[in-house]
Design a protein around this ligand. Structure first.
Ligand code: ADP
Ligand code: MG
Ligand code: MG
Length: 878
């Protein structure tokens, strides 16, 4: 196997298609020199070699070093100098670069090949420029010590500061050649003081530098970066060994970075910065303040012109915005790196649209170019400047729901509502949240929870509303009783301003400035291309008329899941009525409470049907275990209050509550089990739905309503048949009462119990539609409680037992197999059966792609994820 690929004038062995083998940097260096740009020659050691190196116990595989030496000879030939030759020393950079860019995670060494003799030789070759040679030498000793020998960079930095102080200068460039020689001596002293031996032999330097780059692949920060960004399955990093271009050869030299378009706004204008008389890392390290790229036109006009030409050429060639590193050596431009540039959501959409207009890419390519995460950013308010608040970050939790929230801290739902209604923006801070906090969460700009994971109650609810939320913050202690939270030595008291960055998990002190979500005009055009391409319908999960209207603005084509019970908490009166229904000791008492609930439900359904007029609306029958509706608090107080309100005895209430207490509520008395046990609950809900539909039809006409009544938690065909009978009986009754208004409705079921998936054929005989409830289906297929997965999920992810949280990204192998099976059986029993998904995963791009392939009719997701699901569905179809 070939392990080393050379690049250079007219002899590049690699190209841009070889990113997996050569890493992104290596593949693009080869490509740039192939298309005739001036790139210092070099060689790339493959990523596979990195894997071999580690499995060999940190040894290069046999023959590899010889290949490196052979490649080096061709570099030497092109450069006209040789590694370690004092008469004409070749200097090298040794650079990491994996298939996926991991900025700053791995190591680079510059100016390799110097020792005392070669430094003197370098000065002579540079026309006696000792300053340049010893500047390169001291930089090399620093980087080599840091990256290869494990000597902390700050020890060198201290020496640099010391000599600057001694010479009373503030800029590195003000040090003279003599100063730099002294500095070189002191840097060597740093090595000696730690008992380290600096290898004088350039070949030994090179060998150890290659080892260090391979080692950096396994460094902790690289591991963490890959984990956080979900990067898996790469062999390792490549190593690029490349001739140096010198940006530190005086006032006609320099180094810089630029984007071919503005990465924040997408504007088609070179964006970047540079430093005169400097090398590589100086630009990012912030030692000197770099100049904006425009001014390069004045300082180095020829190089600037060539840079502009190269940028245009590279954009044409790669058909995308590029991120470029360059160095100018005595007026001559060298290209050192190019790659597709990272960009904000705003920029991504604008660039994609403009590249189509410029004729560079097709609409298909534009649709593929914008990432779902880009749209996500566009739809949430953002901090005006994230860099500006770094000093005020108090701590970090899990980034559970993206976006920026700024408000005054409150510690319970009632305060949140009260403050909000008097016009004050609040951030709700809780130990954890329960369904009872929902209204308070709704009132808040954002939610901060000490406990919980990415799929905890707070997280799911917050994402549903597009509200920023941070959960699982280990450094946070919330004392709800005393209305104070402590985090890393700071106190957050009620009324204190705090800011949450739900995209990063940062908890920030004070009132940080926000910018509204930017819905640039390009977005509409872009989404029209998206919609032309997708096969999947995109519906939304919405529980209120406001959510429904919001989702419709985002392009939702109906409601795939309306959870009726979320409205039970909407007012004191409602929840009290629900509780009277629960503690009713007789059927009559229960019927009375249900009759009181009916108008509330009817009004909600009517609002939702109106908001979605002309589109399908799927309403689910009551699902959660009843005890979720009982108040929290001290047992005797709760019982007394409930008894007084419902006109029953305290003992009776106590007995009812005890009966409802469950060891495992998620597998308990819920879903259709409720409606089968208490048919009057289902009857009331269906009556409310149908009466609402009749009203809307009378007003807006017969095609304004398409009602889908959905039965939850079905495991057997008989369960569904039971509820279906009830639904149809009540529906017919309401329609006949209405004097002839026909309501188009269907009865279907959720597929969320594994047995239902297995029995899909039998169930489809009754069901007119299926909706995969993948939250419960995942929970029951894995046997993981979704509220407790946080305890072991991090370990599972870290040990590679799970590749992703299955409550966020659908498990295609297991749960997905059940879905495939149920789709096949269901459609065999009932051709044309309408099938969708309403679980949390329904808006997740990888899941959407899978469901497209399985042949679902639609996905349903929270309103803010609708545009993302539309994009993902289009990308799956292109
Ligand atoms: P990273 O991936 O962290 O950007 P690089 O390998 O690109 O690391 O290099 C770090 C810095 O060193 C960059 O600024 C780059 O431009 C500079 N550099 C790398 N190779 C050379 C070279 N052959 N000549 C001059 N500068 C170089
Ligand atoms: Mg770089
Ligand atoms: Mg469910």
């Amino acid at each position: 196997t070939q392990r080393v690929y050379i690049f250079g004038k007219n002899k590049s062995q690699g190209d841009a298609s070889m990113k997996n083998l050569l890493g992104g940097k290596g593949a693009n260096l080869a490509e740039m020199s192939r298309i005739g740009l001036s790139v210092p020659p070099g060689l790339t050691i493959t990523t596979d070699t990195c894997a071999e190196f580690h499995s060999n116990g940190r040894q290069l595989p046999p023959g590899c070093w010889e290949e490196v030496l052979a490649g080096l000879q061709s570099v030497e030939a092109e450069m006209g100098c040789r590694l370690g030759d004092p008469a004409a020393p070749l200097l090298l950079s040794v650079r990491s670069g994996a298939a996926i860019s991991m900025p700053g995670m791995m190591d680079t060494v510059l100016n390799l090949g110097l020792n005392d003799a070669c430094a003197a030789g370098l000065a002579a070759r540079a026309g006696g420029d000792e300053r340049f040679a010893y500047d390169a030498y001291r930089r090399f000793l620093d980087m080599y010590g840091d990256v290869v020998m494990g000597i902390p960079h700050h020890l060198f930095e201290e020496q640099l500061e010391r000599i600057k102080a001694e010479r009373r200068v503030s800029e590195d460039t003000a040090l003279t050649a003599a100063d730099l020689k002294v500095l070189v001596g002191r840097y060597k002293e740093v090595y000696r003081a730690l008992g380290k031996v600096f290898p004088e032999d350039p070949y030994e330097q090179l060998r150890l530098a290659i080892y260090a780059v391979f080692d950096s692949w396994r460094s902790e920060r690289a591991d963490v970066y890959r984990a956080v960004n979900g990067i898996a399955g790469l062999a390792g990093t490549a190593v690029n060994v490349q001739a140096m271009a010198f940006g530190n050869m005086g006032p006609t030299s320099g180094t810089g970075v630029c984007f071919t378009r503005n990465p924040s706004t997408g504007e088609r204008k070179l964006y970047g910065e540079y430093l005169i008389n400097a090398q590589g890392e100086d630009v990012v390290a912030g030692i000197r303040t770099p100049e904006p790229i425009d001014t390069l036109e004045r300082t180095l006009p020829a190089a600037f012109k060539e840079l502009l030409d190269n940028c245009a050429l590279l954009e044409k060639h790669y058909k995308d915005m590029q991120d470029i590193e360059f160095t100018v050596q005595e007026g001559k431009l060298y290209m050192l790196q190019c790659r597709g540039g990272k960009r904000t959501g705003t920029a991504a959409v604008r660039i994609a649209v403009e590249l189509v207009d410029e004729g560079l890419i097709s609409e298909d390519a534009a649709v593929l170019m914008v990432e779902p995460g880009h749209l996500d950013q566009l739809l949430h308010p953002q901090f005006a400047n994230e860099a500006a608040y770094k000093g005020d970050v108090l701590g970090t939790g899990l980034p559970a729901s993206p976006g920026a929230a700024v408000g005054q801290a409150v510690f319970n739902a009632e305060d949140a509502e009260a403050w909000r209604s008097s016009g004050l923006p609040v951030v709700l801070v809780r130990r954890e949240t329960s369904p009872e906090d929902v209204k308070g969460m709704y009132s808040a700009e954002g939610v901060l929870c000490q406990l919980g994971g990415m799929t905890s109650h707070a997280a799911v609810v917050a994402r549903g509303w597009g509200k920023p939320c941070i959960t699982g913050c280990a450094d946070l202690q919330v004392d709800e009783h005393n209305k104070v939270a402590r985090i890393n030595g700071h106190e957050i008291r009620q009324g204190d301003w705090i800011s949450l960055n739900g995209s990063t998990g940062e908890i920030v002190r004070g009132k940080q400035p926000l910018a509204p979500p930017e819905l640039a005009g390009d977005l509409g055009r872009f989404m029209s291309w998206v919609d032309k391409r997708r096969a999947l319908g995109v519906l939304t999960n919405a529980d209120t008329p406001e959510d429904a209207a919001e989702a419709r603005k985002f392009g939702a084509e109906g409601i795939g899941l309306c959870r009726t019970e979320h409205m039970f908490f909407a007012s004191e009166e409602r929840i009290a009525t629900v509780r009277r229904m629960i503690v009713a000791q007789t059927k009559d008492a229960r019927l009375k409470a249900l009759a009181d609930l009916l108008p509330f439900q009817r009004a909600d359904f009517e609002g939702i049907l109106r908001a979605m007029a002309g589109l399908p609306v799927t309403i689910r029958l009551l699902d959660p275990p009843l005890h979720e509706f009982l108040p929290d608090g001290e047992m005797t107080e709760v019982c007394e209050a409930l008894a007084a309100d419902a006109g029953v005895t305290v003992d009776e209430v106590y007995g009812t509550i005890e009966k409802l207490q469950e060891v495992n509520p998620m597998l308990g008395f819920r879903g259709c089990r409720l409606g089968i046990t208490y048919p009057e609950i289902t009857e009331m809900q269906v009556r409310a739905m149908l009466e609402a539909a009749v009203r809307v039809i009378r007003d807006l006409g017969p095609s304004s309503v398409q009602l889908d009544v959905m039965v939850p938690l079905v495991g057997t065909a008989a369960e569904l048949a039971n509820q279906e009978g009830l639904v149809r009986r009540v529906a017919e009754q309401v329609m006949s009462e209405s004097g002839g208004v026909r309501v188009p409705y269907r009865v279907g079921t959720m597929i969320e119990v594994p047995r239902a998936a297995l029995q899909a054929g039998a169930i489809a005989k009754t069901a007119e539609f299926f909706s995969f409830g993948t939250n419960d289906l995942t929970q029951m297929t894995f046997g993981y409680s979704r509220d407790d997965i946080g305890k072991f999920l991090p370990v599972y992810l870290e040990k590679g037992i799970l590749a992703a949280d299955p409550f966020q990204v659908l498990d295609q192998e297991g749960v997905g197999e059940l879905i495939r099976f149920a789709v096949e059986r269901g459609r065999a029993a009932r051709p044309g059966l309408k099938i969708g998904i309403c679980g949390e995963q329904g808006g997740e791009p990888k899941t959407v792609a899978f469901l497209h392939e399985v042949g679902l009719d639609y996905v349903s997701c929270s309103p803010f994820r609708v545009p993302i699901a539309r994009l993902a569905a289009a990308q799956a179809a292109v």
